[in-house]
Design a binder for this molecule. Structure first.
Ligand code: ADP
Ligand code: MG
Length: 492
């Protein structure tokens, strides 16, 4: 944790003397906490699980009872190393430290964290744009319990009483501290999306922001564009989705620019993002490291992972999102880079490659994933997706029908042919369709002769009639073709 000694200098003024309007640059650095996907807690054998009745996943260590001793979870260390390697960090010997503060959700009155010797340091993450964002450190620590203030709208000072649930106390966390290299709300959003994809890819976390397994603290400052000094920052808590992250950064940057342009300083603070009013609110003045009275945890040995173990973990790392984007782009050369990124972000690149490998038209596969599978793939398999695309290619399903079949496949699984049949979308035989078209021509001689004389508007009329008669089962393109053949070579 390097403290930046330019931070507390007086409010910046720009060095332009002609009173030109100042262009401001936003500077963002994120601290992301991710719950590690272990079976058990960081220092005890209680389950690491979301939900559950309050205070059921507990034990003397999670409750901080006197005389209980922590035992380090090897799996948590392995996951932390995977994250460190995926973020291009140096893995180094580390020491656990006690971070002292008093709060009821932390029964020991200290949190075991890592301080001046964290396990992972000096890495970087590459955004899909190719920009590299520095990673200062990624260290292990334990999570706290959860306090619920009852009454008074959930705020402590108006609550009638408070309840504490220790199920989360001692859950392993990795805290990933990024350098202040991000320059816009959109870049901050991309950084968290990429980090989440990496955490999910290496199996370190489920990445669910809505369940709190991924939490983002967002440091924002502004400075005149071109300046190489850092502005005074505020740290924003309670940002619970990528959407609120973007909104919170934009609001906070605006607030700071308004202060500075009216000659008032930005005060370094911890602020709270309020989803309801779309603003940040002052929470407290920022605490300093010395407030926490850090000292080495005497109940745990320093951690010095065997380099051979680290090497094995490195060799066994799965392909990372960046590699997967490259592979997918190769399989779908015509696809838009944003669609490729979205497919990987949704972890559906495996599904896409499977379907393409099974012979499906690549562009159609990506279109379905981007436009029709935003809610996840559910019970859909890559074979089923390939089958569905093949039916579309063969003109057996219209785009609307394919979308309906897809949503059933996601919900219930099964094969596209069966689902299409059960929805009444079975393919119409060509014979059946031709008989129908001939019948329509015979029954509508006026329309037919106008069509034959070149009034192409009547195509719509005939296609509409076929659709009505088949309740949408026919393929519009095939009907148009049949009509045109008959115009050139009229039925006898
Ligand atoms: P602390 O000790 O308060 O946690 P750190 O130096 O560890 O401070 O930085 C915490 C986070 O704040 C990092 O993610 C870093 O990128 C970010 N940060 C530091 N200075 C600034 C700044 N001037 N503007 C925006 N973010 C910053
Ligand atoms: Mg910090």
């Amino acid at each position: 944790m390097t403290s930046n000694n330019t931070q507390n200098e007086p409010a910046m003024t720009s060095n332009n003397t002609q009173n030109e309007p100042v262009t401001w640059e936003t500077v963002i650095g994120l601290e992301v906490h991710a719950e590690l996907a272990t079976e058990t807690k960081l220092f005890s054998a209680s389950p690491n699980r979301f939900g559950g009745d309050p205070n059921t996943y507990i034990d003397p260590v999670s409750l901080g009872l006197p005389g209980s001793l922590p035992v380090l979870n090897e799996k948590a260390v392995e996951l932390a190393i995977r994250v460190g390697l995926a973020l291009n960090c140096r893995i180094q010997p580390s020491v656990f430290a006690r971070k002292n503060y008093f709060y009821p959700d932390m029964p020991k009155d200290f949190q075991i964290s890592q301080y001046d010797q964290p396990i992972n340091v000096d890495g970087w993450l590459e955004l899909p744009s190719g920009r590299r964002i520095g990673i200062e450190r990624a260290h292990l620590e334990e999570d706290t319990g959860k306090t619920t203030h009852v009454g008074g709208g959930g705020r402590i000072h108006e609550a009638g009483y408070s309840l504490v649930d220790y199920n989360r106390a001692g859950v392993p966390l990795i805290e990933i501290v990024g350098h202040p290299d991000l320059r816009s709300a959109e870049e901050a959003r991309q950084y968290v999306a990429e980090l989440r994809s990496i955490l999910v890819a290496v199996g370190a976390s489920d990445g669910k922001m809505e369940e709190g397994s991924l939490r983002v603290d967002c440091n924002v400052s502004v400075r005149p564009a071109g300046s190489n000094r850092m502005g005074t920052r505020c740290e924003i808590k309670n940002v619970n989705s990528l959407r609120s992250l973007g909104l919170a950064v934009d609001y906070e940057a605006r607030r700071q620019i308004d202060l500075l342009t009216s000659g008032r300083p930005v005060v370094q603070q911890t602020r709270h993002w309020n989803e309801d009013d779309g603003r940040t609110h002052a929470l407290r003045s920022k605490e300093e490291d010395y407030d926490y009275r850090y000292f080495p945890e005497p109940d745990l040995l320093p951690l010095d992972p065997d380099p051979r173990w680290v090497e094995r973990i490195r060799r066994e790392l799965p392909p990372l999102p960046r590699d997967r984007r490259i592979e997918l782009a190769r399989a779908v050369p015509a696809a838009d880079a944003g669609h490729i990124a979205l497919t990987v972000e949704r972890s559906m690149d495996g599904m896409a490659l499977g379907a393409i490998g099974g012979g499906a038209t690549p562009e159609r596969v990506i279109t379905h994933i981007v436009h029709n599978l935003a809610g996840g793939s559910g019970n859909l398999t890559s074979e089923a997706l390939a089958g569905l695309v093949a039916m579309e290619d063969a003109g057996e399903l219209t785009a609307t029908q394919a979308k309906k079949v897809l949503s059933v496949l996601v919900e219930q699984g099964g094969s596209p042919e069966e689902v299409a049949r059960s929805l009444g979308f079975e393919a119409m035989g060509d014979d059946e369709l031709e008989t129908l078209v001939d019948g329509l021509i015979a029954n509508h001689p006026d329309e037919w002769s106008r069509f034959r004389d070149g009034d192409t508007k009547l195509t719509g009329f005939f296609v509409g009639q076929v659709m009505k008669a088949t309740r949408g089962r026919a393929d519009g393109k095939t009907v148009t073709q049949l009509l045109n053949t008959r115009r050139r070579c009229p039925p006898s």
